[in-house]
Design a protein around this ligand. Structure first.
Ligand code: CAA
Length: 394
C-alpha cells in the first residue's frame, strides 16, 4: 500500500506513506550518522549524564537542528515527516540525543517560525535552525505541570523591558541552551490569558540554571531547573502579543508531541532490532530461541505495534503539513506510541532474559528511556483529555 485515504471535511485526501527519494536519502544519511557518531557514545553519556554538545553541533552541520525550517531562516526546508525520520533514527540508538534534537526543532524553532516577527526570525531562529545555538522550552514549573495554565512566573513591564521572576523545572537542554523560550504571566489574575512568551538569552543577568537532574532514563538530555531573578528582557523579545503565550505553548506542544511520538517509535525500533538479533544468537534447548513460538509471537506483536505507531506519527506529521489544527492527531500518536514503546521495550528485555536485566546489553537502557515518553510533553492522561475534547467538539 502506498497511500492512505483520509476523510477531511467531507473530501478525501491522499496521504502518501511511501517515502520520497529525498526522504529515503535523509533516512540513510541520518542512520549512518547515528551509527557512526551517536551510538558509540550512547551508553557512556547515559551513565555519566554528560550533555553531548558535540553531537548537537555535528547534527547542526548536517542540517538536523531545523529540519522543517525554511532555508532562508537557516533550516533544511524539509517537511514534518522528514523531521520524524530524523528523530526516529537518532532515538533508535540514543534517546537522549533524540530529545535534544526534538526540543530544538519543534519546541523552539517551530514557534519562532510560526509566531515570531521577521526580525526575531533573523536574529533568533536562524542560529537555532542552523545548529549554531541550542534552544530550550521553559513552561513547566514546580506547581504547574499538567495544569500549564497555573504557572506562576511573572513578567512585569518596565519601560522598554519586561522583568521576569520565577522558576521552571524539568527543562530539557536547560543546562546547555543559549536561548530559552520562556512563558511568564503579565497578569496572574487573568489565568491563561495573562501568559506571554519571550525568547531569552540564557547568559542574561538574572538567568540561573540548577544542577543536573539524574533521571531514570534520557539521562544526558541536560534536564535542569531555571531560575529568573529580576531578569530583564527587551520588549522586542516578546513573541506575539501579551496574553498570546498559552496558545503559543499549546500549538507548539502539538508539534512537540509528534516529535516525541517519533522518539518513542525510534526507541521501540532500536529495542526490537536488539531483541531480534539476540533471539537468533541465543540458544536454549539445543536451538536458537527464535525457533520457539513464544518468542516468535513476541516479535510479531512488536513489529506490528511499531508499524502502527510509525503510521500514526506520520499521519500527525502529514496533518500538520496540511495547515489545519492537528491537536487530535498529535495526541493520538503520542498516546499510542508512548504505550507501545513500554510494551515493545518490555518484551525486548524479556527476550534477553537475565542478560537483558544487566548493563551488558543496551536493552535495559531502551526500557528505561521509553518510560519518559508517557510523561513529558503531556502525560498519556493529558493526551486522552485532548483526544476526548477534540472528539466531543466535532
Ligand atoms: N492550539 C491552539 N490553541 C489551543 C490549543 C492548541 N493546541 N489548546 C488549547 N488552546 C486554546 C483553547 O482554544 C483556549 O482558547 P480560548 O481562551 O480562546 O478559549 C485556551 O487555549 C485554553 O485552553 P483550555 O481551556 O483547553 O486549557 P486548559 O487549562 O484546560 O489546558 C491542557 C488544556 C490540554 C490540559 C493543557 O494545559 C496541557 O496540554 N497540559 C499539559 C502541558 C504539557 O504538555 N507540558 C509539557 C511541558 S514541555 C516538556 O515536557 C518539554 C521538555 O522539556 C521535553
Amino acid at each position: 500500500m502506498t497511500s492512505y485515504l483520509e476523510s477531511s471535511g467531507g473530501t478525501w485526501q491522499i496521504m502518501h506513506v511511501q517515502l520520497s527519494e529525498e526522504q529515503l536519502l535523509l533516512q540513510e544519511t541520518v542512520r549512518r550518522f547515528a551509527a557512526e557518531v551517536v551510538a558509540p557514545r550512547a551508553r557512556e553519556i547515559d551513565e555519566t549524564g554528560e550533555f553531548p554538545r558535540e553531537f548537537f553541533d555535528q547534527a547542526g552541520e548536517l542540517g538536523l537542528a531545523g529540519v522543517a525550517i525554511p532555508q532562508e531562516y537557516g533550516g533544511s526546508g524539509m517537511d514534518a515527516i522528514s523531521y520524524c525520520i530524523v528523530v526516529e533514527e537518532i532515538s533508535r540508538v540514543c534517546a537522549s540525543s533524540g530529545v535534544i534534537l526534538s526540543v530544538n526543532n519543534s519546541l523552539v524553532c517551530d514557534p519562532l517560525l510560526r509566531f515570531g516577527s521577521e526580525e526575531q526570525k533573523q536574529r533568533f531562529l536562524r542560529p537555532l535552525a542552523a545548529g549554531e545555538k541550542l534552544g530550550c522550552f521553559a513552561l513547566t514549573e514546580p506547581d504547574a505541570g499538567s495544569d500549564a495554565a497555573a504557572l506562576r512566573a511573572t513578567a512585569r513591564r518596565d519601560g522598554d523591558d519586561y522583568v521576569l521572576n520565577g522558576s521552571k523545572v524539568f527543562i530539557t537542554n536547560g543546562s546547555h541552551a543559549e536561548l530559552a523560550l520562556v512563558f511568564a504571566s503579565v497578569d496572574l489574575e487573568a489565568k491563561h490569558k495573562g501568559i506571554t512568551a519571550f525568547i531569552v538569552a540564557t547568559d542574561s543577568p538574572g538567568f540561573e540554571t540548577g544542577p543536573h537532574e539524574y533521571k531514570l532514563g534520557v539521562n544526558a538530555s541536560g534536564t535542569t531547573e531555571l531560575v529568573f531573578d529580576e531578569l530583564r528582557v527587551p520588549v522586542g523579545q516578546r513573541i506575539g502579543e501579551e496574553g498570546d503565550g498559552f496558545k503559543i505553548a499549546m500549538a507548539t506542544l502539538d508539534g512537540g508531541r509528534v516529535g516525541i511520538s517519533a522518539q518513542a517509535v525510534g526507541i521501540a525500533q532500536g529495542a526490537f532490532e536488539e531483541a531480534l538479533k539476540y533471539s537468533r544468537e541465543r540458544r536454549q534447548f539445543g536451538r536458537p530461541i527464535c525457533d520457539f513460538q513464544a518468542i516468535q509471537f513476541y516479535l510479531a506483536d512488536m513489529s506490528t505495534e511499531i508499524d502502527a505507531g510509525r503510521l500514526l506519527t506520520w499521519k500527525a506529521a502529514w496533518t500538520k503539513e496540511t495547515g489545519k489544527r492537528y491537536s487530535l492527531e498529535a495526541a493520538q500518536a503520542k498516546l499510542f506510541t508512548a504505550g507501545m514503546a513500554q510494551r515493545v521495550t518490555n518484551k525486548a528485555l524479556q527476550i534477553h532474559g537475565g542478560y537483558g536485566y544487566t548493563r551488558e546489553y543496551n536493552v535495559e537502557r531502551y526500557f528505561r528511556d521509553a518510560r519518559i515518553t508517557e510523561i513529558y510533553e503531556g502525560t498519556s492522561e493529558i493526551q486522552k483529555l485532548v483526544i476526548a475534547r477534540a472528539i466531543l467538539d466535532q
